[in-house]
Design a protein. Structure first.
Length: 467
């Protein structure tokens, strides 16, 4: 009876309007405007689908009503997938129309893929072969094999600013002819012997690397005895002097960010005070994706802490994370397998309960533990899961990073804790944004050879990789 009622409803739907009825035959592919199909889905299943006019404008569904099934989710998939669209379920009976998100999978899909990857190797030898396959492919996927020639110009450094227990100087490095990556270097006020370096790439949060939490994190690392380098994403922060913000969402952004991280590391490794055996990287969100990729690609990195980013079902929602085909390498990989390439170097994964990292403890961490187990060092991969927290780099996430750095890099905990043994961030100075600029308040010190615009970047990049 239920099936008869369903198909009877299809029959009535054929006569939604005279205009539509005229197209409801095989000669016209049973075509209907997407907006009309959505109205019919809402009526048929008693649901609400949120969308804007631009999303449905000039979109048609072939064999529209033939795609309906008794199940709402199956119907939505049948209708939307051919249009490269999908819905996100926001509540019971409430959906939001979205363009197809290649980078966001169902949790079970991601976990199944990770399980499949695990069948490709069963011991250290098998894993090392897989890693040896993937690593050069990660460079090739980003058109960084070989790396483009390094410009001969020296880094641009601003005068040091002296704070309580640390100093700050801003830096710009020319990574391609006329292309600069900017950041700030935080160092202990007094340096004795060789000390660690921690790269601190920015994530997709407002105020870029000028944020309070980003400044505090780097200042604390410096006060406990290491150097911290905070640097911009491409077309983000001070990079906006050369590019538009929308350029950040171009696929080449991922390549430029990787190249920028490598060149920042080149410089930090060259410093006489750098302990090359203690080089780490930690970023959150998009900076976490960058952290995972850099730790997999560059053997000079000995420790990694991706924060609120790692997941087997999420590949990074920005082209700067997944715009180049790094995840298609080796027949297909994902961020968890790429993170495992850091083994057996110490790695801390920080996850939370309110974003895509929610399932990390249940499935992704056991995979990482298995890989680290091949080296007999399951103790070196850890997870701090914060089930009541969300997508940020708040104090509890910073605390997890501090604890891990102190333990693994043998840093001075007493320098950053109060008499009760609690972390004290109050001695860290939060500077005005303008103090962190390399090229001046209005970009007046931008070098004369600086390129402007994405087309110029493409030209310079293509010329560089052809040499």
């Amino acid at each position: 009876m239920k099936r008869y009622t369903f198909f009877l409803a299809i029959g009535f739907s054929l006569f939604l309007s005279a205009a539509i009825a005229q197209t409801q035959n095989s000669d016209f592919l049973y075509r209907m405007p997407l907006k009309k199909v959505i109205v019919e889905i809402e009526s048929r299943f008693n649901v609400k689908i949120k969308y804007n006019d631009e999303q449905v404008k000039d979109r048609w569904v072939n064999y529209a009503l033939w795609r309906f099934r008794p199940d709402i989710d199956e119907t939505l998939n049948n209708v939307l997938l051919p249009l490269d669209m999908k819905v996100n379920k926001e509540a019971a009976g409430v959906y939001k129309l979205k363009d197809y998100e290649y980078y966001r999978w169902q949790v079970q899909e991601g976990q199944n893929t990770l399980d499949h990857l695990a069948t490709l190797y069963h011991d250290k030898s098998g894993w090392e072969q897989r890693k040896a396959l993937l690593k050069p492919l990660l460079y090739e996927a980003q058109q960084l094999s070989p790396l483009p020639p390094k410009p001969s110009s020296k880094p641009i450094l601003t005068p040091k600013r002296v704070m309580d227990g640390y100093t700050i100087e801003n830096i710009a490095i020319e990574i391609l002819p006329g292309l600069y990556i900017n950041g700030s270097i935080y160092k202990p006020l007094k340096i004795k012997g060789k000390i660690p370096v921690v790269l601190s790439p920015d994530g997709h949060w407002a105020q870029q690397r000028y944020r309070k939490d980003a400044q505090i994190r780097c200042a604390m690392i410096a006060r406990m005895g290491a150097m911290a380098v905070s640097y911009d994403l491409f077309a983000w922060g001070e990079s906006l002097l050369q590019f538009k913000s929308e350029d950040h969402r171009r696929s080449l952004a991922q390549t430029i960010q990787t190249l920028g991280g490598i060149r920042i590391l080149d410089y930090m490794i060259s410093l006489k005070e750098t302990d090359k055996s203690r080089v780490g990287i930690s970023g959150g969100s998009g900076g976490g994706s960058h952290t995972v990729l850099m730790a997999a690609m560059d053997d000079r990195i000995k420790l990694s802490v991706p924060v609120v980013s790692l997941s087997s079902s999420f590949y990074g929602g920005c082209p700067c994370e997944s715009g180049m085909p790094v995840h298609l390498c080796g027949g297909g990989t994902n961020n968890v397998e790429i993170a495992a390439m850091a083994a057996p170097n110490p790695q801390l994964v920080v996850s939370d309960g309110k974003d895509w990292t929610v399932s990390v403890p249940d499935h992704d961490m056991p995979f990482l533990k298995k890989i680290y187990g091949y080296y007999g060092r399951t103790d070196l991969v850890q997870n701090i899961h914060l089930p009541l927290e969300g997508h940020d780099f708040g104090f509890s996430k910073r605390k997890a990073l501090y604890d891990f750095l102190i333990d693994q890099f043998r840093l001075n905990a007493a320098a950053v804790k109060d008499k009760n043994g609690q972390y004290d961030e109050s001695r860290c100075t939060v500077e005005k944004e303008s103090a962190m600029y390399v090229f001046g308040d209005k970009g007046e010190r931008l070098p004369s050879n600086a390129i402007k615009g994405f087309e110029s970047l493409e030209k310079v990049f293509n010329e560089s990789i052809s040499k």
